[in-house]
Design a protein around this ligand. Structure first.
Ligand code: G
Ligand code: G
Ligand code: MN
Ligand code: NA
Length: 252
């Protein structure tokens, strides 16, 4: 239903909003946040990314939109409340945005413009992105990795079966997809999958974020197994960036 022109207007007229969702450690301390985009449409209200990111990818508008998210996300890294707590910021990057010519240069420019510390920035990519165009992916990732940027594999376990890329690319983190976490405390198959991912992460020295942690049972199940970060409704829903930051101040 959404026309490309409407989305273009959204980018130009600043109808897009950054939401943040906490990533916490086993003690409940906030260590970082994931940037989740929302479209505050003048008539339709809050539009979730699933309704417009695919259109942005198809039309190529994702390059401009993605740059906007990166610029705003990097600016958050310099916010006193975020910087004082040394929080990390994770930003989702789409395949077409990542593979677009000049991505590395634009990330560099954005880091310079915002003064953000690249070593507190994580880019979340999907398995699909890394499997596609492996050589180009390796070159782009190595350049960004050399700046200190971390890479995380989002929705890990739901994509392709080849794991060869894990040893070839500078990956720092796996995000266990919430579909595995959901039933893990009761379902032995899901528990086995989570254990397998954790074992692999440990062997490859990758850090882990568990997604979709909704209940204390989820958290207890995970805490008994390995060190990781937790993200999900149990710790907080995605909130407008300014609301998230205000709650940090109250936390202290
Ligand atoms: O926030 P929500 O759970 O509705 O997000 C749905 C999906 O949209 C997630 O898979 C997330 O990765 C994706 N998404 C959210 N924000 C962005 C963004 O800024 N860029 C891209 N490419 N994807 C995003
Ligand atoms: O980028 P990614 O696909 O990981 O985006 C995370 C998505 O998961 C966002 O749409 C966010 O709103 C959603 N989400 C975050 N926490 C939870 C949770 O605890 N349960 C569920 N079902 N979804 C969550
Ligand atoms: Mn994500
Ligand atoms: Na995910």
């Amino acid at each position: 239903f959404m026309l490309e022109s409407e989305l273009r207007r959204a980018v130009e007229q600043e109808e897009l909003r950054l939401f943040l969702q906490a990533q916490v450690d086993a003690r409940g301390a906030i260590r970082g946040a994931e940037v989740l985009l929302r479209w505050h449409h003048p008539r339709r209200g809050l539009v979730p990314p699933a309704s417009f990111i695919p259109i942005a990818e198809e039309t190529g508008l994702i390059v401009e939109l993605g740059d906007w998210v990166l610029r705003r996300g990097c600016a958050l890294l310099t916010h006193p409340e975020i910087a004082a707590n040394s929080l990390r910021i994770s930003i989702n990057v789409s395949p077409r945005q990542f593979h677009h010519a000049g991505f590395v240069g634009r990330v560099r420019d954005i880091l310079t413009e915002t003064g953000a510390d690249p070593s507190r920035l994580t880019l979340e990519v999907t398995e699909g992105l890394v499997i596609d165009k492996v050589h180009q992916t390796a070159a782009t990732m190595s350049e960004l990795s050399a700046l200190g940027i971390h890479f995380s594999i989002d929705d890990f376990g739901t994509g392709y079966s080849s794991l060869a890329y894990l040893k070839r690319l500078p990956i720092n983190e796996l995000k266990i997809d919430r579909s595995f976490i959901q039933d893990a405390p009761e379902d032995p198959s899901d528990a086995a999958l989570v254990d397998t991912i954790l074992a692999m992460a440990a062997h490859l020295r990758l850090s882990v974020v568990a997604e979709g942690v909704e209940t204390q049972a989820h958290a207890d199940f995970l805490a008994a197994r390995a060190e990781m970060l937790y993200q999900g409704y149990l710790y907080g829903r995605p909130a407008p960036a300014e609301v998230f930051i205000a709650s940090l101040a109250q936390h202290r």
